[in-house]
Every structure is written in structure tokens, then in C-alpha cells.
Design a protein around this ligand. Structure first.
Ligand code: MN
Length: 278
């Protein structure tokens, strides 16, 4: 089995190293990852400058390819330039922080899995749901954490989940145009209650923009906001993780709201369309 591993926290992040090490028991692992942190880049690609690939040594002695591109670029480069199209599985992570609900659309971690699915390869994104690593102001608290307040990150728990899900996909390859979004509670392995197949939950950032004034008296803005989660909806990713379960959400690349197509055709047929350009 040939596994392409990437992430959005950068090639030197602890999460990708722990993930790659665990997956080596299943086959050959190739790391192609951004040369710097690229969180919240979504599904962006690099079009107007050259993409470079550098072989680098990770702290554990393993070899990786670092690129100046985005997580999505990493998958394209990995498939075409490094693995010569012989890829059985794309795994993206382990992200430092959750990717739940609508985080899906912001996440570089998930975008890499999307790109794997677009290439027709089985793919999943895996995130460690440690809230404290997010630069989000907690309600009534500051966003900055001193080193002593940094949470313990149980990457090994997520790496074990990744191994299990990779084994699952070996036996049951995913249908076309689908991938998995996996979130793992930040707990020691023996405190995980189990695995749940989930739907996307609701998770938003309230009061999203913080306005401040710079020393010259000009306004500036900071994206922040407190987190609003619906933790009481069983069957969702938000619920599963909040209750100690590994959440596995199957995602389809097709965003179409099929239930709206017929009503909209009806609305459209009743609209007096402007056709003369005036
Ligand atoms: Mn990240």
C-alpha cells in the first residue's frame, strides 16, 4: 500500500510525524507537506508562481518533501511528481485542533482530502479536537496561552484512529467522489469510548469581527469570536467528539441541494425574466 500523507500545519508539525510513523505498519508512506503552517487556507491552489519541492529530514530521521504550496497543491504534487500516480490512500493530518461542522470549508486539512477524492483516491482528513490550540478567544478569556497552559496533545490517540480507518478503507474502498472527515477527542487512547459514524454538526464563530484602533487612530479588525457549538444533537460530529467518541463523517463532493432544484424551477418559471438588457 502506498500512502500519501500531508497536512496544513506544515511539514515540521508533530501531528504529521506521529501519523506517518503509525501508518508505516500498513505500507510505504510518503510525506508531502507545506514548508510552513497553512491552516485555514481552504481548498486554495497556487497558480501564479512556481511550486518547489525540497527533500527535508524530519526530527525522527525520516524523509519528507516540503513545498511552498498549499495543502491542496501538496496532494497534486504528491500524486503527479512524487508518487507517479501510484497512490492507494491520501491521509491529511493530524491537525492540531478540530475540524467539525462548517469548519470543513475553511480547513486546509480537509481540502487535502477533498483533492485526494477529486483524484479518485481513497482519502481522509484527521484532526485532534483539542480546542485550546485554536487562536479563538474563549468566552471571557484571552486567546493567548502561556506555555504552562498549553494542553497535552494526544496525537498518538489520533494516529491509532488513523491506522484503524486506513485498515477499514483497505477492506472497503470508498465510492467515487467521497472522503472521510475524522475528528478524535483529545484524550488518552484508553479513554476513547468508541467510533461513531456522524453527520456534520453545527459549529460557528459568533461575534466574528473584533474592531480595534491602532496607535495612529485608524480602525483595524481581527477575526475572532467565541465558539458556538450545538453539542446536544446526537448523530453529529460535534456531539460525538464532545462525548468522547472518534467521529467519522462521510462527505460527498457534490454540494448540490437536490431538494431545491424542483421548487426553484417552479419559482423561475413564474419570474418575468429580463431579456432586453435594460
Ligand atoms: Mn491546521
Amino acid at each position: 500500500m502506498r500512502i500519501l500523507v500531508t497536512n496544513d500545519d506544515g511539514v515540521y508539525a508533530e501531528g504529521i510525524r506521529v501519523l506517518a510513523e503509525r501508518l508505516r505498519s500498513l505500507g510505504e508512506v510518503f510525506i508531502v507537506a507545506p514548508d510552513r503552517p497553512r491552516s485555514a487556507t481552504g481548498h486554495s491552489i497556487t497558480l501564479h508562481k512556481p511550486l518547489r519541492l525540497h527533500r527535508v529530514h524530519l526530527p525522527d530521521g525520516s524523509i519528507a518533501y516540503a513545498t511552498n504550496g498549499t495543502p491542496t497543491d501538496c496532494v497534486t504534487l504528491g500524486v503527479h511528481a512524487v508518487l507517479n500516480h501510484k497512490v492507494d490512500l491520501v491521509v491529511s493530518g493530524i491537525n492540531a485542533g478540530p475540524n467539525l461542522g462548517w469548519d470543513l470549508t475553511y480547513s486546509g486539512t480537509i481540502a487535502a482530502a477533498i483533492e485526494g477524492a477529486i483524484h479518485g483516491i481513497s482519502a481522509f482528513a484527521i484532526s485532534l479536537a483539542a480546542e485550546e490550540v485554536l487562536p479563538v478567544a474563549r468566552s471571557g478569556g484571552a486567546a493567548e496561552l502561556s506555555p504552562s497552559e498549553q494542553p497535552v496533545l494526544y496525537y498518538e490517540t489520533a494516529a491509532l484512529a488513523a491506522l484503524n480507518i486506513a485498515r477499514l478503507l483497505q477492506e472497503h474502498p470508498l465510492p467515487e467522489h467521497t472522503f472521510l472527515n475524522v475528528n478524535v477527542p483529545n484524550l488518552p487512547p484508553n479513554e476513547i469510548k468508541g467510533y461513531q459514524i456522524t453527520a456534520l454538526g453545527k459549529r460557528q464563530y459568533a461575534d466574528r469581527i473584533e474592531s480595534r484602533v491602532d496607535p495612529a487612530g485608524r480602525p483595524y479588525y481581527w477575526l475572532s469570536g467565541s465558539l458556538v457549538e450545538e453539542r446536544d444533537q446526537p448523530g453529529t460530529d460535534v456531539y460525538a467528539v464532545a462525548h468522547g467518541y472518534v467521529s467519522i463523517t462521510p462527505i460527498h463532493l457534490d454540494f448540490t441541494a437536490y431538494e431545491l432544484m424542483e421548487p426553484m424551477q417552479e419559482w423561475l418559471s413564474k419570474l418575468r425574466l429580463i431579456t432586453d438588457g435594460v
